[in-house]
Write a protein that binds this ligand. Structure first.
Ligand code: GLU
Length: 435
């Protein structure tokens, strides 16, 4: 490290034991990559300090009356990491594992993701520590509305625009839009994206993250002289991202050899019938029990024999422990933060082509951007237009990352950070410091 401000940060140089502890901390993992990019960009120390701190962090209590009549208090977070390039943008998750550290990391990732695909947003993330699986629809609505009203000052089409994330969907977005609009005394569709199409949502938004994964995987395979046609793909996570990515890749001729969800995993080297599996999961809510494929240990999905691995579930699943056994040539990170920094090094040594999360899963926020544009313009596009524009943004971002990889002789993740952090830094330099 040549920059004194960077050098003085205590977390950068760590003995191996501490690195292991930090491996699971998503904010540290994000910062490690950020630091590397900042160093290569020769970021000046002042700007470095600005960019490694979130702009705003909200911690709020979310009390609701449960159906039983008892009062329960949940904890909610909203972190606006950086809004220099535009309104804060990022999803809201309802999950028992939500922590402030995680939300901070995810908000930073959103900042880099929006900058990487060059859409005019900053980055944010929110979450409520709760388990939607144990809540009724009415309780979920009360949590959503109470959480929305407690962060209402930051929300707005020009300031902070939420979207779906883990365990939230268009139903939840509709409640957010309604709560916000009731407070404003008029309908504001552009305050949230990922809404139902009937209320200002965009065609193609639900499939956008998986579709984006398919586009960049196609580009990565082409770089290796391969094609989606005949490529053997394993997908971890069969939610909105994993199932759509699997379906669209299969439609391009890929053979989906393995899929997994929380309940278990399925394997068929000849290829799984994805539309049939999607119909099964719609009815049974899990993969386990599906009669037309071999069940196998879900821990082994990541190391199964395949050409493309799509981790589309949660953070920290590819670690120093399993990275050496991974057989895929391409990893497309449908989830946010699935690979730890320690695993990155191992994968780089093995020559695996990693399509990093902030590129691989940026299709979702890109079509969120289209939704916001359509809501504000009051003019809606057909699905082909959405998909074509998504493809052009994803392919452009992929090519920029590929060019940066070559220019700086770094892996694709650091290259993505270089492009993204460089854009956010450029905006800060132009705007100057208001004090
Ligand atoms: N939650 C999604 C993500 O992590 C979408 C965010 C958005 O559309 O604002 O990218």
């Amino acid at each position: 490290m040549s920059d004194p401000a960077i050098k003085s940060e205590p977390h950068i140089i760590r003995p191996d034991k501490d690195t292991f502890l930090a491996e699971e901390n998503p904010f540290e993992a994000m910062m490690e990559r950020f630091d590397h990019a900042a160093q290569l960009l020769k970021l000046d120390p002042g700007l470095y300090k600005v960019l490694r701190n979130p702009e705003k962090q909200i911690i709020t209590s979310v009390p609701i009356v449960r159906d039983s009549g008892d009062v329960e208090v949940y904890t909610g977070y909203r972190v606006l990491y950086n809004t220099s390039r535009g309104p804060a943008k990022g999803g809201i998750r309802f999950d028992l594992n939500v922590t402030l550290e995680e939300v901070k990391a995810l908000a930073a990732w959103m900042t880099w993701k929006c900058a990487l695909v060059n859409i005019p947003f900053g980055g944010a993330k929110g979450g409520v520590v709760c388990d939607p699986a144990t809540m009724s629809m009415a309780e979920l609505e009360r949590v959503t509305r109470r959480y929305t009203s407690s962060i209402i000052e930051t929300l707005g089409p020009d300031s902070d625009v939420p979207a779906p994330d883990v365990n939230t969907n268009e139903r939840v977005m509709a409640w957010i839009m309604d709560t916000y609009s009731m407070h404003k005394r008029h309908t504001v569709t552009a305050v949230v994206t990922g809404k139902p199409v009937e209320m200002g949502g965009s065609l193609g938004r639900r499939e956008a993250t998986g579709r984006g994964c398919m586009f960049v995987t196609r580009e990565a395979l082409a770089k290796l002289g391969m094609s989606l046609k005949g490529a053997r793909v394993a997908v971890q996570g069969f939610g909105n991202v994993g199932s759509v990515a699997a379906d669209l890749m299969a439609k391009e001729g890929a053979v989906i050899v393995a899929v997994s969800d929380k309940s278990g995993a399925l394997h068929n080297p000849q290829g799984l019938d994805i539309p049939d599996l999607i119909a099964w999961v719609k009815e049974h809510r899990q993969l386990t029990g599906y009669p037309k494929a071999e069940p196998f240990n879900k821990e082994q999905l990541l190391t199964v024999d395949c050409d493309v691995l799509v981790p589309a579930a949660t953070e920290n699943v590819i670690t120093r422990k399993n990275a050496p056994q991974i057989k895929a040539k391409v990893i497309c990170e449908g989830a946010n933060g699935p690979t730890t920094a320690a695993a990155d090094e191992i994968l780089e040594r093995k020559g695996v082509f990693v399509i990093p999360d902030i590129l691989a899963n940026a299709g979702g926020v890109t079509v969120s951007y289209f939704e916001w544009v359509q809501d504000r313009g009051g003019y809606f596009w057909d699905e082909d237009t959405v998909n074509r524009r998504l493809e052009s943004i994803m392919v452009r971002a992929f090519n920029e990352v590929a060019a940066t990889t070559e220019k700086y002789k770094v892996n694709t993740r650091i290259a993505s950070y270089i492009v993204a952090v460089g854009r956010v830094a450029a905006m800060h330099r132009l705007r100057g410091m208001y004090a």
